[in-house]
Design a protein. Sequence first.
Length: 382
Amino acid sequence: MKPIIIVGSGLAAYTLAKEFRKLNTQTALHIITADDGSFYSKPTLSNALTLDKNPEQLIISSAEKMATQLNASITTLSTVSIIDSKKQRIKVNEQYIEYQKLVLAVGAIPIRPPLKGDGAKDVFSVNNLHDYKRFHALLTNAKKIAIIGSGLIGCEFANDLAANGKQVTIIGLDTTPLGRLLPADAGIALQHALSKKGIEWRLGIVAEHVKIHNEHYQISLSDKSNVDADVILSAIGLSANLNLAQQCGIDTKRGIVVNTRLETNQANIYAIGDCAEINGQVLPFIMPLMRQARALAKTLNGETSEVNYPVMPVVVKTPDFPLVIVPPPTGVEGEWSIDKFDDGIQCQFHNTAGQLVGFALGGNTTNKKQSLVKQMTSHSSH
């Protein structure tokens, strides 16, 4: 019997394999990954210092243990070069392997900032455990860290690094942190809280040039000022890894285009996780990934199942100003109402019909998450 093949070994791939094995212990399962197949939780990379864990301690299980646990064969350090969707086979390490179903869990790749200068090549992005190992090794002797990007990942890393005694400067194009997820007032509240930790902000500004200067780096900004750093981390965002899908004619836009059954436009090929685009949305968060994995596991087991999303709050790991966010749906008209407190902020987004369709809770208001989720769930089910 031909196997079900999963390409990738990140959280999406392994969660799908676990969910499938709950339903089916017999069907052959083959995971192919470009890295060493270690199972770890990618979200812990941005708060590993606070957790007091070195890179090796972030590994939950080796590929060998995962293979045993999942009753699966796992091929590591290997790249899929061709998908032949007509013959239902893929080429790996110069060999063709046939599949009955193929799942692309190929994740996303960091967007590189368009920097000039001899230091531009040394700018780090942390997108996996291998990246984090290299970054972590440099931190030992580094005092000043510059982070390019004032979004979720940039702010999480900044809080983690500052809490561990590093001097952090955040350079961001938006005028307030988390500009795509938060109303300005909530972004400013986060900015003030992290400033108290010693984090310096350069917002509404672009990093343009990086030069090596006495074994350190000097970043030239669009406002003609400079930032000095020992290590530079870029966290300006991710773009879905589309190369493999595009080469065999699978529809792609921002992600690999799938329907609510996670099917691509090619028979028996699916996509899941950070690389998948459903109804125009790419959702690189844990809760959507879990929902996708459960639905697709059923489909792969012969019980066609559609993914549907409940209200899914995003928890931002900035301990000095915790945040819980449900961004309003893209394109929905409405307005934010904002309540400020000494120890936090509560923002609610109501659509033109007066329904709550998004919120942002910061500081000590995060305990109101459940009641707001309930409020949103009750009107969406009517």
